[in-house]
Design a protein around this ligand. Structure first.
Ligand SMILES: *Cc1c(COP(=O)(O)O)cnc(C)c1O
Length: 395
């Protein structure tokens, strides 16, 4: 089996598993308890906070642990909205191809009287700082734009967007769930005020993540209760998972250069091999792209059948994001970059991990080529395209 769906989730690293089991076995105290078993858990928790902060150039007190990326996105956006509303600022800027954790939170705020501007994304899957600048108004309280897209892997000009936001006095949040641990992030250099992260996208455990928010930003609670996390997130901390997240993040960040210089040529080779299939096209910019992301649209194909046949051949891939598979609507990300419905339905996302081999790249390319061929051979749509009864959209 070749696992090529690392944007959906990653396997935990051995080091992260070791940390997690070690803490579960030996450091089971409640970090809020005052006796020594509790205090030992507290030490583990605070060391993890320090490590996570260091990985992104932040201070420990700017990190709040959450149940994952979705919760961090919710908390960041709702907090900024509450702060904005207090100053009479109820306009928020985002993009049309954010993760649903962002889009659905914004949709909810729209019902509560906030005005949301969703910037169009260019065909290459990018927005520009200039476009953000033009969209900012006197009543804008937040700009939230993802660092890297979970489907097409495009990396936004975050540093420039952050600079524009700061010039105009607007808070800037980024969903960095796909980027962190895979490309270098520094919240100072990148002009980021708030950032969301999730451990299971960088070889940590599922169900844990964090929100970075600058010291001067007052976070609002999403979960009410005890005074954990400086009163910003109630509930006994998942100490073992948090410690494992810190281990995984340190490991990922320490190896970023090595991993990306190893992975990028493999990604590009896979893109080159798949591009040889007729009437297919890469989605998203070829250069400003996550090291492990390959995403194509194939004309005359249903993405779902593609996945099933690839699974038969031992390749785990995805069509659209895992959250939207199961619904018949094509991916909102592909629609946002201007793909028409028919073409968007025939999409395939392959997301590689650092340990993929050249042989596996060749096997994936061969499997995709065979499966596309096979599906087209009994597709009425493809027959019409070949017979000229329909026009090819992808040349
Ligand atoms: C996976 C993902 C999330 C959600 O993170 P969870 O930890 O699964 O809640 C949010 N944003 C992006 C871009 C993601 O890829």
């Amino acid at each position: 089996m070749i696992y090529a769906d690392n944007a959906a989730t990653t396997a935990m690293s051995d080091a992260a598993i070791n940390t997690m089991t070690e803490v579960m076995k030996n450091i089971y105290g409640n970090p809020s308890s005052l006796y020594s078993v509790g205090q030992k858990a507290k030490e583990v928790l605070e060391q993890a906070r320090e490590d996570v902060a260091t990985a992104i150039g932040a201070c420990a007190r700017e990190i709040t642990f959450t149940s994952g990326g979705s919760e961090a996105d919710n908390q960041a956006i709702v907090s900024a909205a509450i702060l904005g509303a207090k100053q009479g600022k109820k306009h928020i800027i985002s993009t049309a191809f954010e993760h649903h954790a962002v889009l659905h939170t914004l949709r909810k705020l729209a019902k509560e009287g906030f005005e949301i501007t969703l910037l169009d994304v260019h065909e290459n899957g990018l927005v520009t700082a200039e476009e953000v600048n033009e969209a900012i108004r006197d009543d804008t309280c937040l700009v939230t734009i993802m660092y890297a897209n979970n489907e097409i892997g495009t990396i936004q000009p975050i540093r420039e967007i952050g600079a524009v936001c700061h010039e105009r006095g607007v808070l800037f949040h980024t969903d960095a769930v796909q980027a962190i641990g895979h490309i270098k992030i520094d919240v100072e250099r990148d002009n980021i005020d708030m950032l969301s992260a999730s451990a299971h996208k960088f070889h940590g455990p599922k169900g844990v993540g964090f929100l970075f928010a600058r010291k001067n930003i007052r976070l609002s609670n999403i979960i009410e209760g005890g005074a954990q996390e400086r009163g910003k997130r109630a509930g006994t901390e998942n100490v073992a998972a948090i410690a494992a997240m810190a281990t995984a993040l340190k490991e990922a960040v320490n190896n970023i250069d090595k991993n990306s210089s190893n992975l990028i040529p493999k990604r590009d080779r896979l893109i080159e091999l798949i591009s040889k299939i007729p009437h297919c096209e890469l989605n998203g910019d070829a250069k400003s792209r996550l090291p492990g992301n390959v995403n194509f649209c194939f004309e005359g194909i249903e993405g779902e059948s593609l996945l099933l046949l690839l699974d038969d051949k031992g390749v785990c891939a995805s069509s659209g994001s895992a959250c939207t598979s199961g619904s018949l609507d094509p991916s909102h990300v592909l629609l946002a970059i201007g793909r028409v419905h028919d073409v968007a339905h025939g999409s395939l996302r392959l997301t590689l991990s650092e340990d993929i081999t050249d042989e596996e790249i060749d096997l994936i390319a061969l499997a995709v080529t065979e499966v596309v061929d096979r599906l087209r051979s009994f597709s009425p749509v493809w027959r019409d395209l070949v017979n000229g009864k329909r026009e090819f959209i992808i040349k």
